[in-house]
Write a protein that binds this ligand. Structure first.
Ligand code: 4NP
Length: 156
């Protein structure tokens, strides 16, 4: 299974989601490939935000090797699941793709935790460290829900 996490800058939210889901896949020997991208190019080539790195490391996950890249239309065909971290990101993905490409495999990330609620992971970029703790908690619980759905035999 190939999974892509997408946010705006690819330095705060989606790097955490990539790190957490890849970690859970590795722990369970699932062999999933988890990557991330951003719909904007401001931070292309940069490592994750220092507070995203910090919260992950506090939870035993090193994401320092990640580098931001921009989402491209070609990504649509390269992944089994594409998760938008927020509603504005989902709209951007749909604008960047043509309608017959953007099938059911492009979804709002938090729909896996609270189906149908259309919730977004709040952008922590302009706030303090607390925001990153909140994002990590949401991401962690949602990644457990993704594992339950697609690898129900796993222990997470
Ligand atoms: P992210 O957060 O989409 O979670 O990576 C942001 C990072 C940078 C900016 C906006 C959101 N920015 O405007 O530079």
């Amino acid at each position: 299974m190939r999974v892509l996490m997408v946010c705006l800058g690819n330095i705060c939210r989606s790097p955490i989601a990539e790190g957490v889901l890849q970690h859970k896949s590795d722990l369970n020997g699932l062999g999933w490939v988890v990557e991330s991208a951003g719909t904007e190019s401001y931070h292309v080539g940069e490592p994750p935000h220092r507070l995203s790195q910090k919260i992950c490391l506090e939870n035993g996950i090193d994401i320092s090797h990640q580098r931001a890249r921009k989402f491209t239309r070609a990504d649509v065909g390269r992944y089994d699941l594409i998760y938008a971290m927020a509603d504005d990101v989902l709209q951007e993905i749909h604008l960047a793709t043509v309608s017959n490409e953007s099938g059911g495999h492009i979804r709002l990330f938090l729909d896996e935790l609270n189906p149908g609620m259309k919730e977004s992971v709040p952008d922590p970029y302009y706030g303090g460290e607390d925001g990153y703790h909140h994002v990590f908690d949401l991401v962690n619980r949602t990644c457990d829900a993704i594992i339950d759905r697609y690898a129900p035999q796993a222990g997470k």
